[in-house]
Each structure stands twice: as C-alpha cells, then as structure tokens.
Design a protein around this ligand. Structure first.
Ligand code: PSV
Ligand code: MN
Ligand code: MN
Length: 399
C-alpha cells in the first residue's frame, strides 16, 4: 500500500472508530484521602448522559455511555435510553457493582456464604434485565473478591463458586448480549484476587461459551507487564471483548488514556490494527462475531471532567491513527529478513508522525472543529453547567 493509500484507509477506519465513555467519569471522585468537589458536576444520571453527549458532540466518535448500577439506577431505564437518544447518543455497557455493600466484606460471588452469593447473583441478573430495557449489549463484570491472608479461604472453592454464578448469569443472556469479565491483579484484596489476570478470566470465558469474553483494563496489571502481548494472545483466541482504557504511573491510577505512556497505547493499537479490529468490525476469529468495545474507565480527581474525557478520546484517536500509518509491507519485509533495527524503525516512524492534521481533516469531514479541546473550551458549556447545576446532591464515584 502506498503512503497516500494508507492515509486514505486510516481516515476510513478512524471515521468508524467508537469510544464509549463511563458515566462515573463525569461525577466527583478522589482518592481515599479526599474528594475534591468540582463545579458543574452532574446531579443525576440524565446530567451524566448530557456530559457524555457533549463529549460526542465535540469528538464525533463517542456515541455511547456506560452505566454503573446502582450508581445510575433510575425508575425507568427505557426512558433513560430515550433521554440519551434525544441527546444524540446511546446507552452502552451495564457495569455491575458487588463491591459496596456490608455483606460483601468476604467477597460477593465467591463469598463462603451461599446467601451472599445469591444476593450478588440476583444483582447480576437484575443488570441483565436493565440491559433488556436499555438495549445494551454488554454486561461488564469486575469483582472485588479475594482474600487478604493466607488460609483465609480456599482458593479453589472460590473459583468453583465463581464459575457457578457466572454460569447462571450467562444462561440468562439473550440475543447478542455478551458477558465481559474483567480482571485486576490486586485491590481491594491484597493476598489473592479471584480474577487476577487474563488467564483466569479467559479460562472462565472458555467454560461459559462464545458470548463470554475478556475485558482488558490497561491499569490492571503489575508494572512492566507487556500488555500488547496479552492483546495479541486474546485476539488469537477470539476472546478479547473490550478494553477499559485509562493510564497509570503506579497502580490502578485511572488517569486519562494515553497520558502516562502514549507509546504503550500505540503498541496496543498496532496489535488491533494487525487484526483489523479497530473500527466497528469484529476481530478475525472473535467468539462473539462482534466488534471489540473501546471503553474508557477513568476518574478525574483534580482535572475538569468533560475536558479530560475529550482529551482521552483524542489521545486514543492519535494512537490509533499512528498505528494505522505503520508501513506494514516494510514491517513484514524487515521482520522476515531478520532486520531488527529496520523493523523497529518502521514502527518508530509511524509513532513519530504528527497525526493532528490527519485527525483535523477527519473532524472537518464530520462537520466538527478540528481541535475538539479548543472548541469545547470556547463553547461555554463548562461555565453554563457550573451556573445551572446548583443545589441537590452532586453525583460522585459511588453515588
Ligand atoms: C475496577 O478497578 C474497575 O476498573 C472496574 O472496571 C469497575 O467497574 C470500575 O473500576 C469502576 O468501579
Ligand atoms: Mn475497569
Ligand atoms: Mn480499575
């Protein structure tokens, strides 16, 4: 492919890319030391959706918002979906929450007491009911389950309990609904975590069936883990269902995607581009035959939230654009001839390309301002919601 052809192809793919933003990223959040409240923060699920719609209005590629239950619980989910549609976006994944109840001190779906497991399972089943009402395709499961001390519980029994609950929830799915199982190596548990890594998630998904896939949260690995290797492996087995994008310097920092290590994000995108799995099309061999979901999962503790979400979306677009510009013919030739430095140079050339003009062209083609961050700052949206959203309880992470 010639360089102009690659550029044209990149524009085509970027036009179809979809990034889903998290409702909880618009609410107040903080560390365990302090939550800094910000002006203009949404007070209701509807206002979170309005903020998500604003991100889409300026970027053109974020037409979905994920919900977290019970944080976004409303009386009428079909009406909430209608509210989203009226703002130009759709409700996306439903995230379950089995980690904020006194009953879950020793875990939820892996708890030794069957009554607690029943309660957690019923919540997961209720999340599928909500998916039916909202038209959501993805049930995203992350469990805070684990133990803090050797001997606290049987590692194997906990896996058996988990498998049993997942099977019940999986059996409740209909149509193209997917069960997406997220892993995280530690926190809140610090000795064992019941779904600590991609292998454990993958094994459970394989046992469940084709509609179960793995979620890779970029902040959920030990430092130094080669994430693109995990991406390549899951793609190879057709079980990469979704990303939770964010970035980190230390642990699960939930900073803006692409902020801490843009080269890592580029390397991840390179694996996806190789599998033609970036934009709206299923990766070859996907067990569900459905596209990978690109979720953001981040919290903005000190930075303004909508602006941070817009920056995260454009960071992902930049990494994707660079990956799409890799000269794959030259790369393959270098790889096959053992030209180590030549192969590296091909990747580095693409990574070093200034893709902002290309993305500006993409946005102008969509009738948008070429610089979403500048256009948003000039729009007065933040000032307007800061004036309007007074009174009531402002939504926070967990509220
Ligand atoms: C856990 O750290 C996690 O990344 C999971 O995706 C949750 O759903 C999300 O945070 C919000 O709690
Ligand atoms: Mn996550
Ligand atoms: Mn996390």
């Amino acid at each position: 492919m010639t360089s102009p052809d690659r550029r044209a192809r990149a524009l085509e793919v970027l036009r179809e890319q979809r990034i889903e933003t998290p409702s909880w990223g618009y609410g107040n959040s903080g560390t365990r030391f302090k939550v800094f409240a910000q002006p203009g923060v949404p007070r209701t699920p509807e206002e979170k959706i309005d903020d998500a719609a604003t991100v889409h209005r300026f970027t053109g590629v974020a037409p979905l918002v994920s919900l977290h239950i019970p944080w976004d619980r409303v009386e009428d989910f079909a009406a909430l979906a209608e509210h989203a549609r009226a703002q130009g976006i759709e409700l996306g994944a439903i995230n379950a929450n089995t980690f904020q109840d006194d009953d879950y001190r020793l875990g939820s779906v892996c708890h030794p007491d069957p009554a607690v497991r029943r309660k957690a399972t019923d919540h997961l089943l209720e999340c599928v009911d909500i998916m039916d009402a909202t038209g959501s395709r993805d049930l995203k499961l992350w469990f805070a389950d684990g133990t803090n001390y050797p001997g606290q519980d049987s590692i194997r029994d906990r896996q058996d309990r988990l498998a049993e609950v997942l099977a019940e929830v999986y059996a409740r799915l209909t149509g193209d609904q997917r069960l997406l199982l997220e892993y995280k190596f530690f926190e809140p548990a610090v000795y064992t975590t019941d779904v600590p890594d991609w292998g454990t998630s993958f094994a459970h998904c394989l046992a469940l069936g084709p509609q179960a896939q793995v979620v890779l949260d970029t902040g959920h690995h030990a430092p130094g883990t080669n994430i693109e290797f995990i991406v390549a492996t899951l793609l190879r087995h057709g079980r990469l269902g979704a990303f939770d994008f964010n970035s980190r310097f230390y642990a699960d920092d939930d900073l803006m995607a692409g902020a801490a290590d843009p080269f890592q994000l580029f390397r991840i995108m390179h694996e996806l581009v190789q599998a033609e799995a970036v934009a709206g099309v299923p990766a070859t061999g996907s067990s569900t035959g459905q596209p990978i979901s690109f979720f953001l999962d981040q919290c903005h503790n000190i930075e303004p939230k909508v602006a941070a979400m817009i920056r995260s979306v454009t960071n992902i677009q930049e990494a994707t654009a660079k990956a799409l510009l890799v000269d794959t013919d030259a790369l393959t030739a270098a790889q096959r001839s053992g030209d180590v430095l030549g192969a590296y140079a091909v990747l580095k050339d693409a990574y070093d390309t200034d893709v902002r003009p290309l993305l500006g062209e993409l946005r102008e083609g969509l009738g948008l301002h070429p610089d979403p961050s500048a256009a948003y700052a000039a729009s007065g949206y933040f000032e307007q919601v800061s004036r309007d959203r007074v009174g009531g309880e402002q939504a926070g992470w967990g509220a």
